[in-house]
Design a protein around this ligand. Structure first.
Ligand SMILES: Cc1ncc(COP(=O)(O)O)c(C=O)c1O
Length: 397
């Protein structure tokens, strides 16, 4: 067989995952990894104990395709505890292997070849890959950096209106938003909802950072709760970010039965089901979350401020982050060129790893002045990164 790449054409535009690449480079140079978004500490005891108990009870076989009943009920309970409408755990909840699988299931289950899907850029890279797997086309609407003076990432209403065409099947809305830390406002969501209703479009929301909100004045709002949206929204979330259990890969999709059918149509052939003991652990912590998320919010808000101040001292322009555990900073004043050149210098010479975010844009040039930093780490890890950032100098200095 030829040694030429055997990768199918639909995957060629995507290349290797930037997270794997930056984590590898960080390892090689012993850099503090603020690139990939995973915590360097453990999740809640209640989840671990329940998962261990499930293993010891012999819960070792395939789980039910839609998710173990305990977890489906716990997801419905957690959703309702946020003051939202009541969902039926049997017909409106599907457990997936992380939100990542939920994204692929929803897109592949819903999209026909030739359909268009709108998303905001920068985007989580699974969206565009998922649309491509489904044979659809992505149309991007830019989230622009703040113009200054404490503003935040924003989009142009006419660009969003113009993105809706006769072929639009769905729009993906990630709020709170990775990588910008933006929380979409009620006004922005109302505009999106009105366009979905006008054009008969399905909304797919990615809400994995729903509990990592730093500013009570900017609460997270689920698009499905807006008038007319329950019937046309697939809401995706997962355990990983809220409970520092990213490696468990337990997620879920909440949707009315007609849309749930699309999610399950793909899920049954994608993975069929997710790890049984971990589903029991997830159910336990969703029912008894305690104050885990509140402690995380306190730690992450502190980390964001400390890291942001260090980056500002080093000469970057730090954009506000109201949520998630990422911040975006403009490095262009330091003179290293594009985001890859800057991040490579940062990893090799300073010992701190970040992500070059141009890979999250169709219009790559929108991302080249920026770098994304993850602050979901112990305070001492961030403090060590801050010490190292004192060695960051403008290019040529
Ligand atoms: C916006 C967004 N959606 C989904 C995911 C993946 O979630 P999971 O780990 O549950 O698959 C991530 C992880 O980084 C993310 O940032």
């Amino acid at each position: 067989m030829s040694t030429a790449s055997q990768v199918a054409e639909r995957f060629r535009p995507f290349g290797a995952s930037i997270f794997a690449e930056m984590s590898r480079l960080a390892g090689e140079h012993r850099a503090i990894n603020l690139a990939q978004g995973f915590p360097d500490f453990d999740g809640p005891e209640v989840a671990k104990r329940a998962a261990i108990a499930a293993i010891e009870r012999g819960e070792a076989q395939y789980a039910r395709m839609i998710g173990v009943p305990e977890l489906c009920r716990a997801v419905a309970h957690a959703w309702g505890a946020g003051g939202r409408f009541v969902v039926d755990p049997e017909t409106e909840v599907t457990v997936t292997t992380g939100c990542s699988e939920g994204i692929i299931n929803t897109l592949v289950g819903l999209i026909n070849p030739g359909d268009e899907v709108i998303t905001f850029e920068p985007y989580f890279d699974f969206y565009t890959a998922g649309v491509a797997m489904a044979g659809g086309t992505t149309r991007c609407v830019a989230l622009h950096p703040p113009r200054g003076g404490g503003g935040e990432f924003w989009f142009d209403e006419s660009e969003l209106r113009g993105a809706f065409t006769a072929r639009t099947r769905a729009i993906i809305v990630n709020t709170p938003h990775n990588p910008t830390g933006k929380v979409f406002t009620r006004e922005e969501l109302s505009l999106i909802a009105s366009l979905c209703l006008k054009h008969g479009v399905v909304a797919i929301t990615d809400e994995v950072y729903e509990h990592l909100i730093f500013d009570p004045a900017r609460p997270h709002i689920s698009l499905a709760t807006l008038d007319g949206m329950r019937e046309r929204t697939v809401t995706l979330s997962s355990l990983g970010k809220t409970f520092s259990l990213t490696g468990w890969k337990i997620g879920w999709a909440i949707a009315p039965p007609s849309l749930t059918a699309a999610v399950r149509a793909c899920h049954q052939y994608m993975t069929f089901s997710s790890a049984t003991p971990l589903q029991h652990g997830a159910a336990a912590v969703l029912i008894q979350p305690g104050d885990y998320a509140a402690c995380l919010r306190e730690l992450f808000a502190r980390n964001r401020d400390v890291l942001g101040a260090a980056l500002t001292r080093a000469g970057l322009r730090v954009h506000p982050s109201h949520s998630t555990y990422f911040l975006m900073a403009d490095h262009s004043a330091l003179g290293y060129g594009d985001d890859r050149a800057f991040v490579t210098h940062l990893i090799r010479e300073v010992g701190v790893a970040a992500i070059p975010p141009s890979v999250f844009y169709h219009r790559r040039e929108l991302g080249t002045p920026l770098a994304r930093f993850a602050f979901c780490k112990k305070a001492e890890t961030i403090d060590l990164a801050v010490e190292r950032l004192k060695n960051l100098r403008p290019s040529g200095a």
